[in-house]
Design a protein around this ligand. Structure first.
Ligand code: HEM
Length: 380
């Protein structure tokens, strides 16, 4: 196989897998929100069978015993499709890791991230299994959601490395810690959202911006955020209180305020950057969408499609913020410049194939450290 061919195949595989990861996260929300997580109460099969077709007898029995219970044909199929797609994702990531390791010289970067992604997908599979065997324990289900989000971050970084964009300016490099902090804040907000969802606290506050008519309603944060407990219970085994659910909901919607300010300001500043304008626009649009879908979930009493879109918006924000971080940190392909006359840089740099001769600015800073001709693709 010739070198350019393997590069092209690797790139295609990475983008396909990245797209599938995004879909699987949204489908995971659909599984959770349709209460299909226990549609097949064992793992990895469905009543030990490869598909709900083979398990028809058991599913019918469980359904007849409890028509509104966790098992039905529809729920079993939803759960099993999630598992099949998860298995497919695992296989694609094995392929990516193998190519990344085998052709590391041609691809021009270390296979470490691809191999870490393989470890992450295996862990994610384990959390998927525990989600079922530990009967939807909120901590495990939230960890499963966060595992999916971590996987999306890794896949986005792998994909961002393969996509051309305008060079990052030297003065933009100072945004690195702010962008990482934004990603951390977003991750915490997603964890809090997962906690709302897995504790069924979506409707604990039905008014906005106040909750039960008050800015600081009566809440039991200690119980709400006690981690080791079964679904719908307190650690003592008592039924979870309304005050605990209110606390869970209130923290998520109010923490969102910090996330909006931080990411909104950062994205606003990045609109001036040719390299970061694309993801910055996406962040601004998705923040607005997130507010809208969050409020719609509350006011229209939790419509399924909107709740799935709220999850998709969170995944989209992860994608955009990770792309920003990847572009700021991983400058090996497109290079860094302190000249903001992009076309001029692109032209002058294009004349210098970097494998033969490192292109440097007058201050000696590296413009391109890659074997590719660093032409400006105009891609955002
Ligand atoms: C940057 C802002 C936000 C992010 C990243 C975010 C993220 C999330 C995530 C990941 C979930 C879990 C979804 C799932 O399990 O599938 C969630 C749930 C939820 N969020 Fe947000 N959220 C944000 C802002 C808001 C705001 C402003 C509100 C309301 C005012 C809100 C209300 C809710 C509600 C009610 C749920 C529970 C939905 C359910 O159980 O289906 N969120 N959020």
């Amino acid at each position: 196989m010739t070198f350019p061919k393997i590069e092209k195949r690797y790139r295609r595989l990475v983008f396909l897998t990245w797209f599938l990861t995004l879909d699987l996260i949204m489908f995971g929300a659909f599984v959770r929100l349709t209460d299909s997580g226990l549609g097949c109460p064992d793992w990895p099969g469905c009543y030990g069978q490869l598909s709900p077709v083979g398990a028809a007898h058991h599913i019918r029995e469980a359904f007849e015993a409890m028509p509104h219970g966790p098992v039905s044909f529809t729920k079993a199929w939803i759960e099993m499709v999630h598992r099949y797609v998860g298995a497919l994702l695992g296989m694609l990531i094995i392929g990516i890791s193998w190519i990344a390791w085998r052709h590391r010289k041609v691809l021009g970067h270390s296979p470490a991230l691809a191999i870490a992604t393989l470890v992450a997908v295996c862990l994610q599979g384990a959390f998927g299994a525990w989600t079922v065997t530990m009967k939807l324990m909120p901590l495990i289900v939230t960890a499963h959601l966060l595992g999916g989000i971590t996987l999306l971050m890794m896949m986005t970084w792998l994909a961002a490395r393969e996509k051309r964009h305008a060079p990052v300016l030297v003065e933009e490099i100072r945004w690195r810690p702010w962008a990482v902090a934004g990603l951390v804040l977003l991750f915490v907000q997603i964890a809090l959202g997962g906690w709302v969802s897995t504790n069924y606290a979506a409707l604990a506050c039905m008014d906005f911006p106040t909750c039960h008519g008050s800015w600081i309603p009566s809440m039991d944060l200690h119980s709400g955020f006690s981690l080791l407990r079964a679904l719908g219970e307190l650690p003592s085994g008592e039924v979870i209180s309304q005050d605990a659910l209110t606390g869970i909901h209130w923290v998520h919607r109010n923490f969102a305020f910090f996330v909006f300010i931080w990411l909104g300001t950062l994205a606003g500043l990045m609109l001036r950057s040719a390299a970061l304008r694309g993801p910055a626009r996406l962040i601004i649009a998705l923040l607005a969408a997130q507010l809208l879908t969050g409020l719609t979930t509350i006011f229209f009493e939790w419509p399924l499609a909107v709740a799935v879109l709220h999850n998709g918006g969170a995944a989209g924000l992860v994608l955009a913020c990770t792309t920003v971080c990847a572009r700021l940190y991983d400058v090996s392909k497109q290079g860094v410049t302190h000249d903001n006359t992009q076309p001029a840089i692109a032209k002058s740099a294009a004349a210098v194939p970097c494998a033969d001769q490192a292109a440097r600015d007058p201050a000696g800073r590296v413009l391109c450290r890659d074997r590719h001709v660093p032409g400006h693709s105009g891609a955002a």
